[in-house]
Design a protein. Structure first.
Length: 84
């Protein structure tokens, strides 16, 4: 990840259900990695890092889809488990 030229953080509902807003914000601001969201994360990401407008999916924005498509490292997580 340290050698990545075009990394992107791809975040969604897991950040919300795991209450990881602060950790996401800290990671994005510290690394200055652009952030884009899934539909479930849309409008819920508030960071000072470069934020890719809207979401990357079938009906997402062109810019967000191209950021994900051209990234050399895509950091994405699995949905948070609802069972303990």
């Amino acid at each position: 990840m340290l050698r990545a030229k075009k990394p992107v953080l791809y975040v969604g509902g897991g950040v919300i259900s795991s209450n990881a807003h602060a950790e996401l914000r800290e990671l994005a601001e510290l690394t200055q990695i652009p952030v884009t969201t899934t539909l479930m994360g849309l409008g819920r990401v508030s960071v000072r890092a470069p934020v890719v407008p809207r979401d990357a999916r079938h009906h997402g924005t062109y810019y967000a889809n191209m950021a994900v498509h051209h990234s050399d490292v895509l950091v994405a997580g699995a949905p948070a488990s609802t069972t303990a």
